[in-house]
Ligand binder design. Sequence first.
Ligand code: FNR
Length: 392
Amino acid sequence: LLRCFPSSRWTMVGEPVNLNEFQELAREALPKMYYDFYAGGAEDQYTLEENMEAFRRIMIQPRILVDVSRIDLSTNVLGYNISAPILIAPTALHKLAHPEGEVVTARAAAACKTIMALSFTSSCTLEEVASSCNAVRFFQIYVYKRRDLSALLVQRAERNGYKALVLTADSPRVGRKEADIKNKMILPKLKNTERFLSLEASSDNVSDLEAFTKETKDASFWWKDNGSNLAAFAKETKDASFCWKDIEWLSTITNMPILIKGLLTREDAIKAVKVGVAGIVVSNHGGRQLDYAPATITVLEEVVQAVGGRIPVFFDGGVRRGTDVFKALALGAQAVLIGRPVIYGLAAKGEYGVRQVIKMLKDELELTMALSGCTSVKAITRRHVRTERERL
Ligand code: FNR
């Protein structure tokens, strides 16, 4: 029965009161093809569901009789003060949810005083997003087979004031999302594909970019493989040979701190520390790549212990409640990122919707902290939660 979570559990009346209700609003607002693209996961969607389900098996252990008349949610991420430990994860193609796309999301991030990680597969250029808001922005990348083009993109991000590079490392290939296959999910406006890939020509090296985008627009390119042109594009262009030793190359082409996103084991955590990155994001890509990868909250502590405080550990996957944020912080995350709920807010109510989603999570986190006897983010400790193993 619990597996029905989350969509079937809520019947909405009036204004949304939690993030799950925003999902329902988005389902109503979006064409089925786009809703499925955003909401779906790989294959059996086991990991997608488990990300949320695993949070439900962790209990919170409150302390009583603490003065909680003032609660401070603020925190610091890579030197930037933000209003709460809740960041916006990089997610693709916001223009499928809202005509203005990522610039709207970025404005909401600025209004909420938090950080937005712009996706490599953004439907606005990184320049458009940079000029539309004063939020602290990170830029997420996959590395192309064409390293020179990846380098160009990284340099553009740096020039436009992006503060960190998030290397997503969990998808050398793209997971099979069966709803996209059935829906024959394709990008609209193929003519503008380069915009969807952040590659729209900037002043430098236009000829290279033109050649590349022409190549990728070649008709033979689409409808291969599993019927989704995004998946086909990724397979053709991503460098599946990119590995640990190549992180060094990445660090030679940028001064931005590098975060590795998509890590799930102690072995990889140790490697990440060794190669000298500035931080890691424990993530399974919201269950969209490797199905049956563990729920992120179940491996967070293992990774945190392996890192031993040497670099910050961030977390994403299945965060839908303030209690989820609290649990992730208690298990050692410095902050969490949220993916789908931001898109649902954007689809349902534009910038206001994204702000509402973040505000709801912040309000819930604040209440959870008050009821648990924690007056600041730092006051949340491992002893404030009890995992399934400890309950046996
Ligand atoms: C993603 N995610 C993602 N990650 C990334 O590094 N680059 C990307 O372009 C995308 N695109 C993307 C699209 C959509 C529609 C979703 C739902 C997710 C993964 C994302 O950053 C994050 O890891 C998950 O979304 C976190 O899980 P929740 O919060 O969606 O449960």
